[in-house]
Design a protein around this ligand. Structure first.
Ligand code: MN
Length: 183
């Protein structure tokens, strides 16, 4: 932020690095998109049982579908692209061991993209998420989000309105089942 270079550069996110940072790939994609710095993607995976960067080829349709969903929600990668940055495991020593992961990885990414496009087009997930956070669309809450309101002003308004928010279900299991119906 110091040199204002955030509008000059974009980030290259990697599935395995997200895992190593304790994040999901889709979380990093959505965060970068929100910050306007989504650039390109290294489409690989790590091993959740290991603590290092194995850069394996992607195989998980569920997580890749969520990653592609957020790429689509972000309006695509623009000038960025996708790169496997992946290698086969050490015991895969035959020439054909190189073919299987490339073919399977590309096919799986294509399938994830088509699945994500369907989720995006039908809009049910976005509708439920949108309703969950609809309160942020109120002008005073947009102002709060934009950092244009002081903590004192927010406190005064909350006390004046005698706010008493009630918990509402996040519908997590419903949403998990919704995603699975597309796979
Ligand atoms: Mn890596």
């Amino acid at each position: 932020m110091r040199f204002r270079l955030e509008s000059e550069v974009k980030v290259n996110l990697e599935g395995n690095h997200a895992l190593l940072a304790g994040h999901t790939f889709e979380h990093e994609i959505a965060t970068a998109a929100d910050l306007g710095i989504l650039g390109s993607l290294d489409i690989n995976r790590g091993d959740p049982l290991l603590g290092w960067d194995t850069d394996q080829f992607p195989v998980d349709l569920y997580s890749m579908t969520l990653a592609m969903y957020h790429v689509i929600q972000a309006g695509g990668l623009g000038q960025g692209g996708m790169n496997f940055d992946a290698k086969v495991r050490r015991q895969s020593i035959e020439p054909e061991d190189l073919l299987h992961p490339h073919i399977g990885g590309v096919d799986m990414c294509a399938r994830a993209f088509l699945t994500a496009a369907k989720i995006h087009e039908e809009g049910r997930l976005a509708e439920i998420v949108g309703a969950r956070y609809a309160g942020w669309n109120l002008p005073e809450n947009q102002a709060m989000l934009a950092g244009m309101e002081s903590l004192d002003a927010i406190t005064a308004r909350s006390e004046e309105r005698n706010l008493n928010p009630q918990p509402r279900s996040g519908q997590q299991e419903h949403l998990e089942n919704l995603i699975n119906r597309y796979l």
